[in-house]
Design a protein around this ligand. Sequence first.
Ligand code: MN
Length: 340
Amino acid sequence: MDFIREDKIGLLGRLISEASRVVVAGHIRPDGDALGSTAALALYLQGMGKDVTVVFPDTPADNLRFILPASVRYAFADKDPAKVKEAADRAQLLFLLDCNAFSRTESIAGILAGASAGKVLIDHHLNPDTEAFDVSFSTPGISSASELLYWVLKALGWDGSDLSVGEALLTGMTTDTNNFANSVFPSTFRMASELIAAGVDRDALLQRIYNSYRENRVRLMGYMQYEGLTVLPEGAAYMVLTRDIQQRFDLQEGESEGLVNVPLTIGSVRLSVLLKEDNGHFRVSVRSKKGTSAQQLAHRFFHGGGHENAAGGKLFIGTDVPSPEAVPSYLETLLKDFLR
Ligand SMILES: [Mn+2]
């Protein structure tokens, strides 16, 4: 792959061969790509005889737990901060996957950034903090961190025979592209084709990702589309998932995944925003069609960023908006302004 530089692969190969204790880390509220890529790398390194710990700032959502193989050691800082610290202190090599900077690991950023281990970044977000790493693989023009890792492993000489590695990578790529709907490149199809030819069971994987939700999620999706959606004539749509609604549908972490994409199926809508109420702020997800920048909106108005057509951030109650009730009018004003 032309986006993988040979000199970096040489350096990475040396770092891996010299390390016996490795930490693999990903971002807060890990999604399928963060979990799939970290699981795949952990399995690959374990196959080489390395002592590997996968660390995250928080425990993954229940509906994504299936991505984590039982044979891998995990440490989640919200449950066991000492285990994360110990693993980082002992590590000789540390990987950060699916995020552009240590800050995306929030509560454990200081521990990871301050570790004496060699540091490697493998990511596909804009504006990577390459200064913080000994080797950085950062390619925004790729589907997912899982895909980038696939090409890095191939360049390192991985033979693809361990199907559990391939399964985790295909899972991560599938979730990040919304099952081949966004950010798909020729290289993405090539990766999928090679993995399926090698024997990865895509049907089983799709069942686990898309057909294993609880009933409440389907009802919430219906409710939000019927009652909770506002479509503006300027080409934007938004939904506000308040605390009340989350409680009413017994919503768990990860269960509103995909909802923000639905308004983009309306022909006139170029920009979709979902706000989910949290402690003292709203978590904001933004999706856009080509030609409209979700990343710009998230960066300018929601203290965030991400990819051109899929981004996120936060809206703080008290500083950005005086109260939750003020959110709709605040949003409508800025969306109209942004799309003008
Ligand atoms: Mn990703």
